[in-house]
Design a protein around this ligand. Sequence first.
Ligand code: BV8
Ligand code: ZN
Length: 276
Amino acid sequence: MDTVVSMRELSVTESVPEDVVTLVREARQVVALSGAGMSAESGVPTFREVQRGLWERFSAEELATPDAFEADPALVWTWYRWRQALIAAVEPNPGHRALAAWQRHLADQGGWLAAVTQNVDDLHERAGTDVLAHLHGSITTHRCADCQEPVEVPAPAYDGFTVPPEPEQPPRCPACQEGLARPDVVWFSEMLPAEAFDAATAAIRASDLVIVVGTSGIVQPAASLPLLGLERGVPLIEINPEETGLTEVMDFAIRGRSGEVLPRLLAAAGIPLDRR
Ligand code: BV8
Ligand code: ZN
């Protein structure tokens, strides 16, 4: 990158500075790395928020582990089924739709936008985005905790808003009759799916712009991906209402909500937003 642009903190009320608009307008190979903040405006709680009901005594980090599932399969299973119901009950927000529109626009120009998400929800897909990598898996599919065979599980009975009164047992695996069904997510201390992480790494290595949206930059190794862009001098833009573990390596930190900032960035860069 010729000029080192200074890191700026912009509030949403200020107009987007020309050099950010130029970066967005001229980029042809974009990586968008999204975290829980991307889905927050759809009503999906982030990992930083406290849990309610059955799980109020636990942090998300305590529940999203193999040990927690081992210790109390019903509690952890029910937490995921309730989250899956909540995700099914909400809609993609304007931030998700802006990324989908940007991806279509770049494809029309012979470029690409690689969506790399830490989120286990399917809101990017439901907004029309092709997701390159779900670094932390997916809450919508399940497998056997023992033999790893996929397990078909009907949609959860919960409405996603009222917290279930008591936990339910995960179903037994029909293939081995031994193991319990678990969500296809990556728990803490579990390895990320190699093909997802490798695809994300390759995309950043080929990118000319990296946008980091709605992530606290705490969870590794996902949080280190933007540093691959830094090594190559690729411009890095963060969109987050708050400072994060990645802010100091950003060229621009736009302080605002993704559902507001992404549409404004695209509009300023003359990228058509599909009006759904
Ligand atoms: C690994 C799926 C190798 C499950 C998730 C000790 C032992 C073992 C491992 C470790 C250890 N110490 C550290 C580690 C590594 C560990 C780690 O990073 N721990 C952290 C807590 C320090 N990582 C791992 O274990 C990974 N695996 O390392 O394997 C290994 C193997 C064996 C032994 C050692 C190492 C696996 C990590 C994956 C965990 N699974 N999810 C589930 O969803 O239930 S991570 C989960 O938390 C989410 O997927 C997400 O990635 C993460 C939360 O992060 P964010 O997405 O950033 O969300 P967060 O809530 O933090 O922040 C929200 C942000 O949004 C905030 O900044 C907020 O300001 C912003 N925001 C809010 N509203 C908006 C907004 N932004 C924009 N617009 C808005 N409207
Ligand atoms: Zn099994």
